[in-house]
Design a protein around this ligand. Structure first.
Ligand SMILES: [Zn+2]
Length: 143
């Protein structure tokens, strides 16, 4: 399993994580997925309606609109990203519970401290088990 993302999109996710700190940020990934390869075309920031440092929730109406908008352009909702303020990028029990319902999506988790992004990892669920997804960053040059 692989996730392809442009370095500029990754920077957008990192900036969102910093901006939301000390709360968790949440956003959506729009693109294509086929044969175990998720290809990110667009990063869409969402609002964490819980305003929490340990949990996130996105407005379901907003998620639905992004989903519909993607479909209209021949794309799909392929993933979700969120940050872990002062924690590592791992799948928490709460994350795993969500993944059971949304396991076909790729989950990007950002581990961070106040001052820095420490790690970014991607996961998905296959047959009820959490699997690692390799991140392939496509350099888009200086922006
Ligand atoms: Zn989490």
């Amino acid at each position: 399993m692989k996730l392809k993302i442009k370095s500029s999109d990754l920077k957008k996710i990192e900036a969102h994580a910093r901006e939301a700190y000390p709360y968790e940020c949440v956003g959506l990934l729009v693109g294509t997925s086929a044969k175990g390869v998720f290809d990110v075309r667009e990063v869409v920031k969402a609002k964490n309606t819980l305003d929490s440092p340990v949990a996130f929730e996105a407005d379901p109406q907003f998620v639905y609109e992004v989903y519909r908008g993607a479909e209209k352009r021949g794309l799909q909702l392929i993933g979700v990203y969120h940050s872990h303020p002062n924690l590592h990028a791992y799948v928490s029990a709460r994350d795993a519970a969500f993944m059971k319902f949304w396991g076909h999506l790729v989950w990007v988790i950002i581990g961070m401290s106040k001052d820095a992004i420490s790690e970014i990892k991607a996961f998905t669920m296959q047959e009820g088990k959490v699997c690692d997804v390799e991140l392939e960053v496509i350099e888009t040059g200086p922006s």
